[in-house]
Ligand binder design. Structure first.
Ligand code: MRU
Length: 355
C-alpha cells in the first residue's frame, strides 16, 4: 500500500526547512511536478488566481501560511504599522478568488488570532502567526481523515463512484474530502470503481483526480463531463462524491462548474449524491445559494488554453462561470468531520455546528 502513502503524504502546500512557503504548481500536473516558493504578496495572489494552488481547504491552508511568511519582512516596523500592513496584505490576498469561503475564513482567523492576543511586538506576532497557520493545516489533516471515515460508511467494497473536479490530497491535506473514503477504503483492502469527470474547462478531474487515484492503485476511469449520464444509466454508479467550496446555511453549496448537472442526473437515476467538506467550508453567514458570489473567468480557458490552435473565433463570446450552485433539494447528505448531515439541512447543520 506504499502507492497510497506516496499520494496522500505529498503535501501540496507546506513550509520547507528554510521556513519558506512552497506549493506544488497544480497547473503543471500531471506532466511536471514543479514546486514553487512564494516570496511576495503578488506571488501568493497569483498562485491562487491562476489555480497553481487550488481546492477550498488547500487555499485556506495556503492563506494561513501566506499571512505568516508575508509578515516576516515587516518585522522591523513599529507594531501599529505592522498591523496595518498585515491587514492590507490580507485584503489583497482575499481579493484573489471570491467563491471558496476557506480563503476568507483562514485570513480572518489569522488576523483575529493576532488582534485577540496580548501581543505588542512584531517578533511575538510572527510566532503567533506561524503557530496558527500550522494549526489550520493540522486541523485540516484531522478533518479530512474524519470526513473519510464517515464517507466510507456510505459505500461498500466494489461500488462504483462518480466524482467531479478534484477534492483529493492536492486540494486538501492527506486523504482529501470527496476522495478520502476511496483512499481510506483502498488502504483497508477495498476496491472501488471510480469514474472521474474530466471537469471542463480546467480539467482538474483529468489532470489531478485521475492522476492521484491511478497512482494510488485505484481502479480509475476518466470520462468527459457529458458522459456522466451514460455511466449512471448503465448502472455503474452507486454514489456520487463531490467536494464543496461554500456550503450555505440551508445546505445549498457551490462547487466546480458542472456539479449541479451531476446532481440533477443523480436525482434522475436515483443515485445518492453527497458533498463532503470540512466545517471551514460551511458559511452560516450565507443564507442560501442565491447569496454565493460565483467567480467568472477568462474566455481563454475555454477557447485556447488546452489547444494548439484556437477552438473558436477570437470574436466569439464565452460565458465561463468557475462554479455552480447545487440546491440542497438535490443533496442526499453533507459529509463533515462531525458526521453526516441529512435533511432538513438548515436545522441539522445548525444543530451540529452552532449549538
Ligand atoms: O476552481 P477549483 O479547482 O479551485 O475548484 C475546486 C473545487 O470545486 C473543489 O471541488 C472544491 O474546492 C473542494 S476541494 C476539497
Amino acid at each position: 500500500m506504499s502507492e497510497i502513502k506516496n499520494v496522500i503524504n505529498q503535501a501540496s502546500v507546506y513550509l520547507n526547512e528554510e521556513d519558506q512557503l512552497v506549493i506544488i504548481d497544480q497547473t503543471q500536473l500531471p506532466n511536471r511536478l514543479i514546486h514553487l516558493v512564494m516570496n511576495t504578496p503578488e506571488d501568493c495572489y497569483k498562485a491562487i488566481y491562476l489555480l497553481q494552488v487550488r481546492g477550498a481547504p488547500a487555499i485556506g491552508i495556503f492563506a494561513g501560511y501566506s499571512m505568516y511568511v508575508l509578515s516576516k519582512p515587516l518585522v522591523d516596523l513599529p507594531y501599529t504599522e505592522f498591523l496595518s500592513q498585515f491587514h492590507n496584505q490580507k485584503e489583497y490576498i482575499n481579493s484573489s478568488r471570491p467563491t471558496a469561503v476557506n480563503l476568507s475564513w483562514a485570513l480572518n482567523r489569522m488576523e483575529r488570532k493576532l488582534l485577540e492576543s496580548d501581543c505588542t511586538n512584531t517578533k511575538d506576532a510572527l510566532h503567533i502567526l506561524r503557530q496558527e497557520a500550522v494549526r489550520i493545516h493540522e486541523e485540516d489533516i484531522l478533518m479530512c481523515k474524519a470526513i473519510s471515515e464517515y464517507g466510507l460508511s456510505l459505500i461498500k467494497d466494489g461500488d462504483g463512484i462518480l466524482t467531479h473536479c478534484n477534492a483529493g490530497p492536492l486540494a486538501t491535506s492527506r486523504y482529501g474530502t470527496a476522495t478520502g473514503p476511496i483512499f481510506l477504503g483502498r488502504e483497508r483492502g477495498m476496491q472501488f470503481k471510480v469514474f472521474c469527470d474530466e471537469t471542463r474547462p480546467l480539467l482538474q478531474g483529468a489532470r489531478l483526480t485521475s492522476y492521484e487515484l491511478t497512482r494510488a492503485g485505484v481502479d480509475t476511469t476518466l470520462i468527459c463531463d457529458n458522459m456522466a449520464s451514460v455511466v449512471m444509466k448503465n448502472g455503474w454508479i452507486d454514489a456520487v462524491f463531490v467536494g464543496c467550496d461554500r456550503v450555505a446555511a440551508n445546505g445549498d453549496f457551490a462547487n466546480k462548474i458542472g456539479t449541479n448537472t451531476v446532481a440533477i442526473l443523480a436525482k434522475h437515476y436515483g443515485i445518492p449524491f453527497y458533498t463532503l467538506g470540512p466545517s471551514s467550508t460551511i458559511d452560516f453567514n450565507t443564507a442560501s445559494g442565491d447569496d454565493i458570489v460565483v467567480e467568472l473567468r477568462e474566455p481563454a480557458e475555454i477557447k485556447t488554453m488546452w489547444y494548439k490552435e484556437p477552438m473558436a473565433l477570437e470574436e466569439t463570446k464565452c460565458y465561463n462561470p468557475s462554479y455552480d450552485v447545487t440546491s440542497h433539494e438535490l443533496v442526499t447528505g453533507i459529509v463533515t468531520e462531525r458526521g453526516i448531515v441529512y435533511p432538513p439541512f438548515e436545522e441539522n447543520l445548525e444543530k451540529l455546528f452552532l449549538k
